[in-house]
Structure formats: structure tokens, C-alpha cells
Design a binder for this molecule. Structure first.
Ligand code: SAH
Ligand code: DHB
Ligand code: MG
Length: 224
């Protein structure tokens, strides 16, 4: 099986099950035009995230890593009218593109984009009492996933779902000696999760137009 086939199947799924979506198409086009890397979640993954957040009745969502706001738009659409999403982005240019895309999608009133290193903005969010969040999507720099997971637990309640993107990376995650800090970051995060009695977690391998990767999915059991 090849990436060519995974891409064809992704295309089939998206054409068959996902209606044409001008706001999301425009977000990708604007991101591309602004020179952002094409590393957003795929349409079918975006809808998976939306269904997941909506199915748990999420009213507050936290995202780490906005890029051009593509996953942000999917997740914000899961929110009820009074719902809120905060997304954290280091690169001011990415944040600017995301802000315009979110506004164009009609979601500006629900979404706040905080610019800065997430490990610096997360303590501010906690200090401002903006948690707990119902759904948390971790998708910023993978080397900092251990810290992001710890903040996610701190900003959660019993029942919060935490999803982490890019936890398989072509299977590289199984190599304890891989020098890539992204791989070490994911492995260290998994060790923290395994030792964290408040979490019930799994990971699911995925293939598609963005290659062979996976999602970590955790639920906060209790906070005692
Ligand atoms: N969630 C997006 C993709 C995010 S890509 C989507 O699927 O549509 C990862 C993003 O994390 C990039 O925009 C990158 O600039 C950002 N990032 C990298 N380091 C960061 C940090 N320390 N804090 C916050 N964001 C960071
Ligand atoms: C890459 C993919 C991602 O989904 C991400 O969040 C960051 C980087 C990549 O393929 O490099
Ligand atoms: Mg990602």
C-alpha cells in the first residue's frame, strides 16, 4: 500500500462524505498563498475532530498550534452559540492568517488566538482562570508535547478529552534512539500519560494524503 493509494482513498472519502465547503477551502488557499506549510489536518481528520468535540458537548476548547486556523475552524464549528475556543500560535504570521481565515468562516466571535510560545501562554490562561476546557487539541511543536500534555491535564476536568496529532510519524515513534526531538517529545509524552493515573489513553494509527501518522486520544478520568 502506498501514499498514492491513501491519497486516492482520502479523496474518495472527502468527495463522498464531506460536502463542498467554501470557508475551509478558502482557509487552505489563503494559507498556501501566504506561504504557510501544508501541514494542517486533512478534511476527513478535521471532521473527525469536529464530531468528537461535538459528541462530548464541548463548550470550551483549547488548541495548541493554530497554523492557518484550518483545524481551528473545524473545532470551533463543534461549539454551541456561546462556546469558546482559544488557540495558541507562536508565529505572528501564522496567527494573522489564522485570524483572517477564522473571521472569513464567521467564527471570529468564538475564537481567540493567543500569539506566543504555548509554554508561556498556557500559564497565563491558567492564571486568568480560563479553564477547565472540555476538549484539548495538541498540535504545536512536537518536542514540547510533554509540557503541553501536563498543561492539558492541569486545564482539564473529569471527562475532558485530549487529542494529540502526529504521534506516529511514519512509525518512527517506536525507535527509542531516534535523534529527532519531535519523536523524543512524543515518546516522553506517552511515558507521562502511561504514568498518569488520571488519564485513560490510546493511540490510533492513520494513513492518508498526509502520510502515515496517528492520533493520541486521552480522557481525564478523575482529578483526585
Ligand atoms: N493545528 C493546525 C496545524 C498546526 S502546525 C491544523 O491542523 O490546521 C503546528 C503549528 O504550531 C505551527 O503553526 C507552528 O508555528 C506552531 N508552533 C510551533 N512552535 C510553537 C510553540 N512553541 N508555541 C505555539 N505554537 C507553536
Ligand atoms: C507536520 C505535520 C503536522 O500535522 C504538524 O502538526 C506539524 C508538522 C509535518 O508533516 O512536518
Ligand atoms: Mg499536526
Amino acid at each position: 500500500m502506498s501514499k498514492k493509494k491513501w491519497t486516492a482513498v482520502d479523496r474518495y472519502i472527502n468527495e463522498t462524505l464531506l460536502p463542498h465547503d467554501p470557508a475551509l477551502d478558502a482557509a487552505l488557499a489563503a494559507s498556501d498563498k501566504a506561504g504557510l506549510p501544508a501541514i494542517a489536518v486533512t478534511p476527513n481528520q478535521g471532521r473527525f475532530l469536529m464530531i468528537f468535540a461535538q459528541s462530548i458537548g464541548a463548550r470550551s476548547i483549547l488548541e495548541m498550534g493554530s497554523l492557518g486556523g484550518y483545524s481551528t475552524i473545524w473545532l470551533a464549528r463543534a461549539l454551541p452559540p456561546d462556546g469558546r475556543l482559544i488557540t495558541l500560535e507562536f508565529d505572528p504570521k501564522h496567527a494573522e492568517v489564522a485570524r483572517a481565515n477564522v473571521a472569513h468562516a464567521g467564527l471570529a466571535d468564538k475564537v481567540e488566538i493567543r500569539v506566543g510560545k504555548a509554554l508561556e501562554t498556557l500559564p497565563e490562561i491558567a492564571a486568568e482562570g480560563l479553564g477547565p476546557f472540555d476538549f484539548i487539541f495538541i498540535d504545536a511543536d512536537k518536542g514540547n508535547y510533554p509540557g503541553y500534555l501536563e498543561w492539558a491535564v492541569r486545564l482539564s476536568r473529569s471527562g475532558t478529552v485530549i487529542i494529540g496529532d502526529n504521534v506516529v510519524r511514519d512509525g518512527k515513534v517506536i525507535d527509542p534512539n531516534d535523534p529527532d526531538p519531535s519523536i523524543q517529545g512524543v515518546r516522553h509524552m506517552n511515558e507521562i500519560i502511561a504514568a498518569e493515573s488520571r488519564l485513560c489513553a490510546t493511540a490510533i494509527q492513520t494513513v492518508g494524503s498526509k502520510g502515515y501518522d496517528g492520533f493520541m486520544i486521552a480522557m481525564v478520568k478523575s482529578k483526585d
